[in-house]
Design a protein around this ligand. Structure first.
Ligand SMILES: *Cc1c(COP(=O)(O)O)cnc(C)c1O
Length: 390
């Protein structure tokens, strides 16, 4: 007996041309630190309209080099929203800085600009403003970037956009990642995200000094550039470690896969948008809330998150879908309720909108290779779970 085919919540799409690009690198002279990486960086920077792209081995590493390049350190504070992957907050802890959270807008699941405004006013009075804010593009949709940027600027706070979900998305007609409303934008190329390099991430920015600093930190803080060294060169072999960095380099195989996937990005996003619009129609009569749209934003639809009207049936509905081989998931457990963050002083009740979201949310399958028939299977299973009489 064969078990029914699992429909996952997300899945990469690897073509023959992607395979050929990786194979070509494996047969070339460079497996790392070769010519493909700068081509991938340029392709992403050009696409999003940023001056610089710095590729690293994950978005987690990109967040780390981004906040480190902005000078975040012990005694400093970083704010993000609780509905995100833990990496958005952890980057501060890597630098010895403190973390706090701003609750979400229940409609878009992104950092609420009203909550941010209140918190900034309080922080100003208390003399403890954050150094960096990390707004997250939850599910592929830009947050209310105009207001967040204006508030941050008014208080001298830097912005690192966690756009791990949203390459290919746009805001006010411009691509996410152009950093018109931030200092740095970070993308993830993990296989479930919009495009993949297996593991990988990139930070885009417009400031050449920030880009140079992130590039230095991704490779030990070691440089061969005389302009970055102190004193005289000893000879043609010479390099200097001028800061403490890490080995966060992306391989040439990863860069080749990422570069090849960039040529498919628009097709991926177009199909995701089509599927999201279909879900909006197919789910309109069920006792659930569909994802809300942010004014001015065009999502890349990394995730399609429904919220159940009936909190009490959350777990049952989730389990029924899993039993039907529908690979539902929950993005995310509020970060402040993780044991590591509880130990830092956070509690249940600190961020009510995020906790209410967590009590109702289910991510249902969405990926470019999903067929209309797969989607109808998901909707039928969800309908059976939600409307028991059907
Ligand atoms: C996936 C993800 C990350 C981390 O990305 P990696 O490339 O896996 O390190 C960070 N933030 C968010 C919001 C993510 O979804």
């Amino acid at each position: 007996m064969t078990s029914p085919r699992q429909i996952p919540y997300g899945r990469q799409d690897i073509s023959d041309s992607d395979l050929a690009a990786v194979e070509a690198v494996l047969k070339s002279d460079f497996l790392t630190q070769g010519p493909v990486l700068p081509r991938f960086e340029a392709a992403v920077a050009d696409y999003v309209g940023a001056a610089h792209g710095v590729a690293v081995n994950s978005a987690t590493s990109a967040l780390h080099v981004a906040v480190a390049a902005l000078g975040l350190g012990p005694g400093d504070l970083l704010w993000t929203s609780p509905i995100t992957f833990v990496a958005s907050a952890n980057c501060a802890r890597y630098c010895g800085a403190d973390v706090d959270f701003v609750d979400i807008d229940p409609n878009t699941f992104n950092m609420c600009p009203d909550a941010l405004e209140r918190r900034l006013a309080q922080a100003q009075t208390a003399g403890r403003l954050p150094k960096v804010i990390v707004p997250v593009h939850m599910g592929g949709q830009s947050p209310a970037a105009d207001r967040i940027a204006a508030l941050a600027r008014a208080h001298g706070v830097a912005i690192v956009e966690d756009a791990s979900h949203s390459i290919g998305a746009s805001y006010r007609g411009q691509p996410v990642g152009n950093c018109a409303r931030s200092d740095i934008t970070v993308f993830s190329f993990h296989p479930v995200k919009i495009i993949t390099s297996a593991e990988g991430g990139m930070a885009t920015c417009n400031d050449p000094d920030l880009a140079a600093r992130m590039a230095l930190l991704r490779s030990h803080g070691v440089t061969r550039d005389p302009a970055l060294m102190s004193g005289e060169s000893d000879g043609p072999w010479y390099y200097q470690q001028v800061d403490l960095g890490w080995n966060y380099r992306m391989t040439e195989m990863q860069a080749a896969l990422g570069l090849s996937q960039m040529s498919r990005l628009d097709d991926f996003v177009a199909r995701r948008r089509e599927l999201a619009d279909r879900y909006d129609r197919l789910l309109s009569d069920l006792p659930l809330k569909r994802p809300g749209r942010q004014e001015g934003a065009q999502s890349s639809w990394h995730l399609y998150v429904i919220r159940l009207d009936d909190v009490a049936r959350h777990r049952t509905v989730f389990e029924m879908l899993r039993q039907d081989s529908i690979g539902v998931n929950l993005h995310y457990i509020p970060v402040h309720t993780q044991p590591y963050y509880r130990d830092l002083g956070f509690n249940d009740g600190d961020f009510p909108a995020s906790e209410d979201y967590y009590a109702r949310a289910i991510s249902i399958p969405l990926y470019p290779g999903m067929t209309d028939a797969d989607q109808e299977t998901v909707v039928e299973s969800l309908t059976r779970a939600l409307v028991p009489s059907v």
